[in-house]
Design a protein around this ligand. Sequence first.
Ligand SMILES: Cc1ncc(COP(=O)(O)O)c(C=O)c1O
Length: 318
Amino acid sequence: MSRKAFVASDAEWCYHGGAMVKLGDVRLSPATHALNYGTGVFEGIRAYWNEERGTLQVLKLREHYERFERSCRMLRIELPHTIDELCDITLEILKRNGPREDTYIRPLAYKSVTAVGVNLKGESELSIFTVPMGDYVELTGLKVCVSSWRRTPDTSIPARGKLTGSYINTALAVDEAHRAGYDDAIFLTQDGHVSEASAANIFIVRKGQLITPPVTADILEGITRDAVMELADKEMEIPVIERDVDRTELYAADEVFLSGTGFQIAPITEVDGRPVGTGSIGPVVEKLQELYFKAARGEWPEYADWTVKVEVAEGARR
Ligand SMILES: Cc1ncc(COP(=O)(O)O)c(C=O)c1O
């Protein structure tokens, strides 16, 4: 039930202040604007380790930085680098750190001005660091609840931006769910339709169709969501439909699962104490998990453009 913590090591290289530095050497003032007001933007990118080849496969690197740039625009944060440069810096960090395990990359751009006052003025800073990350959640069947917290509407905080401050909404819902013994929480929108999970998009399978809430349901427009829709359409020939989803469709569905960079493809076997379908992992999500990992781990030539390979030199750092 409890989620693992993924801890960043002070000894790792990161990018901060325009240079490669050790994470432990970075100092931030408590007056940093983003720390006080949540005026930051971030991304979560995965790199999968391949023991046989001695390589890391960075998944959808460019797509993440494209979304990062869009989120920055919402908070009037000017990035000091182009998307190509951000990709190169990320690959350089991975080469220096040389992790021989699945790794999560966290780019963070934030208002770094040390002035008190709520606004979007002032300078910003870019930091990029990495943490080791295996499975963020169990992939063998999650038990979730519908949260009493509603997803922050786009009319209040941009839902399609990955903004640090908006994750208070997430933390409240996850805290509530964990304390009640669930693995995660499903948000409803203000008008009561299914939105998404804490940090993952949601899909249901009903009557042979794959259904997911539309991008107007206050969701983060997930990169894994797009990947799932592509695989279902091209490889499984399942009709994919984006439409409003009612709460009780979660109870009536044959299958329910989550998609996200951290969550990967995570089947849900129970919603609000009711078994989903047969109560065990369904055939559609099982197949999608298999296809997704084959492509994400760089083991499927047809999907080679999903990943960027990083050669990790033996003993690069460790
Ligand atoms: C709120 C939220 N929704 C959905 C997702 C899934 O997005 P992605 O597949 O791009 O990781 C995430 C994860 O980043 C998230 O934080």
